[in-house]
Write a protein that binds this ligand. Sequence first.
Ligand code: NAD
Length: 342
Amino acid sequence: MRVVFGAGRVAELPAEAERLGLERLVVLATPGRAEEVKLVSALLGHRVAGRFEDARPHVPASVVQAACEAAGRLGADGCVAIGGGSVIGLGKAAARQTGLPVIAIPTTYSGSEMTPIWGITEDGVKRTGRDLRVLPRSVVYDPELTVRLPPRVSGLSGLNALAHAMEALYAPDATPVTALMAEEGVRALAAALPVLVDEPSDLPARTLALHGSWLCGLCLGQTTMSLHHKLCHVLGGTFDLPHAEAHSILMPYVAAFNLPAAPAADAAMSRALGVSEAAPELARLGALAGAAPSLGELGLSEGDLDEVVRQVFSQPYANPRRLRPEEVRGLLLAALKGTLAS
Ligand code: NAD
């Protein structure tokens, strides 16, 4: 993967396409991103074979199928995914199915562009896996493309990225390098997000936030995630809760639950956030970003919790604190009600 980073550097997109030998690109986007699609199309000129602007959250299998069929009809030799984790996820799922290389231009902070993780949702279940074929060949981070990102999307997708770093800090396969990346990623995002909520067009803060999300995405790609990501995966895939907001609401609860069992991760989080205790600060950042105060407000009900617990315990995975179903249910119940006490 090659990374191009900096204000105005989206202008180098044609050179990236040329380097990869791509002549017939499909521009992928979520609905409503006409301006970004127009900009990319103008830059790429004759290299654009067509557009597919129907990417959806959680990468529904039907949308992947439609995008692959469109790419086939257009005789595409690659995709350019511009936008957030939803469209980058579509590009990755299409790459897995068709082998078409992806150029990613992230304009939120989800970090998906840095990972070989794909996800597809079908019949109410989100399947994910790792496959190097889905890793974008080129990533263009241009903070100027993010200045119109609404404060709430900035804050929530930034907290989604921060959660990758938190779990990387206590991952079973953490390394000294992932630990450095994670701590710096948390520091950068925690510094940038409050600025962006107040002043979305602050270019230095936009640059810092992309720097942080790049690092957090790398952490996600290079380590194994634990309880927090398993819970969010089920809440999004089966209960259709908005991904980044579910992360933002749940993270303080998981921090309070897991960090005492992972002292080095706990210390790194406190240093990076500039506080003595991570959980309340994560809750403060969530509220600042405009996250709902509880999972209940997102529509989850107490009757759903047993199914969440069942799915989360259906496959074993590492977690710094030993997991018991009744404790995980207790954590979820607290997040459902919005009472930060695990
Ligand atoms: P998203 O992609 O749905 O984007 C959120 C909103 O921001 C959308 O309405 C979008 O149109 C809007 N938006 C994007 N760019 C904009 C811009 N420049 N200006 C104005 N609005 C803009 O949400 P997200 O939080 O970026 O991504 C969430 C998805 O990413 C989830 O499906 C999650 O599972 C996935 N994800 C995957 C990985 C991975 O490694 N596979 C990692 C993190 C997240």
